[in-house]
Ligand binder design. Structure first.
Ligand code: GYE
Length: 332
């Protein structure tokens, strides 16, 4: 790589956390990317990932990296460590490098219009993956592929309503929320509460973010348990927080699954193991393995073909009695 390119990049405020590959950066005028063996220009896909906060996220990253490779694209991958400013810096760097298509999974829903307008002005199409943005201007991105998070919350809530059908109440719920301001945290909460709070016997007595991580899930659950002696149910917005909470519950001398019933979302292997062990009752699946679908959309967008505004990923809901049989099939 030439020095001038190194300097050009150095001028851009690339956050320290970024892991964008510098080796394949473009020159000043030429489009980004390298030629393949046949001398053809490889499609260059710049992708800004949220971080590495959960098992779901690691599986999503691997799916994207594997699928980009299989599609023959050059992937410029950047990890934002759950910080919006890192994602904005990454997107600006992709624009500067003149990538063909930009993809990102927005850590929070708001605050994207300025940088998305910059991409649009530069003529670089953007695809949203996994999480949505909150904007009035739908022309700022080509499509959004990901799960229906409201539906996931509703499924978790419906499980609780069914399970506690004969309970007279109160049924006291603790809620471990995902990252504040993120689409899955907002939507899962809404879906769950829409169903559950129709019946006044259900009461959410503790509610705080655990930022989608195991460590925070444990820490917040410890605080919940200190403040409340009467928690019957835990709704965790993802499995990693549920797994962290299980540790806190056990360390407090209580039995997860008996003293406190747990429902969570994602479907990682560790949650299936906890279900098989009787510690989690129900897991709503959220599919991270969307790399191939993303690459398909990237290719179509690059070829100026029409793509749907919204592409949904497929997912299921699993109970404790299915856990042992399903465990060997889990891919993440
Ligand atoms: O549920 C959680 C991750 O956006 C669907 O982010 C994703 C969520 C997932 O950290 O584990």
């Amino acid at each position: 790589m030439s020095r001038s390119i190194t300097r050009t990049l150095g001028a851009v405020a690339v956050a320290a956390a970024m892991t964008v590959s510098l080796a394949a950066c473009a020159g000043k005028k030429a489009p980004a990317g390298s030629a393949d063996a046949g001398g053809q220009h490889k499609l260059v896909f710049g992708f800004s990932q949220v971080g590495a906060e959960s098992g779901w996220r690691s599986a999503n990253t691997k799916s994207i990296q594997d699928a980009a490779k299989a599609a023959g694209f050059e992937l410029k991958f950047s990890d934002a460590q759950q910080k919006q400013e890192n994602q904005i810096a990454a997107i600006r760097s992709f624009i500067q490098q003149k990538v063909d298509v930009i993809g990102f999974s927005p850590v929070v829903t708001t605050g994207w219009d300025t940088v998305l307008k910059e991409a649009k002005t530069a003529g670089i199409p953007v695809i949203l993956t996994d999480r949505a943005v909150d904007t009035q201007d739908k022309t700022l991105y080509k499509t959004f592929i990901g799960s229906d998070f409201v539906k996931e919350g509703t499924s978790a809530g419906q499980w609780l309503v069914d399970t506690e059908k004969s309970a007279t109440g109160p049924v006291n719920i603790a809620e471990l929320e995902g990252t504040t301001g993120s689409a899955p945290a907002i939507d899962r909460k809404k879906g769950f509460e829409d169903v559950v709070l129709k019946d006044p016997k259900f009461k959410i007595i503790a509610d705080q973010t655990g930022d989608f991580t195991r460590a925070k899930g444990k820490e917040v659950m410890e605080a919940f348990l200190k403040a409340h002696k009467d928690i019957n149910v835990l709704f965790a917005h993802n499995d990693d927080m549920a797994v962290g909470a299980i540790q806190a519950i056990e360390e407090a001398g209580l039995k997860p699954g008996k003293d406190i019933k747990i429902v969570s979302i994602d479907g990682i292997k560790d949650a299936f193991q906890a279900m098989a062990d009787g510690k989690i009752e129900e897991v709503v699946e959220c599919n991270p393995l969307i790399g191939p679908q993303i690459m398909d959309l990237v290719q179509k967008i690059h070829d100026k073909q029409d793509v749907p505004d919204r592409v949904l990923s497929k997912e299921g809901v699993f109970s404790k009695d299915q856990a042992a049989a399903e465990l060997p099939n889990r891919q993440y």
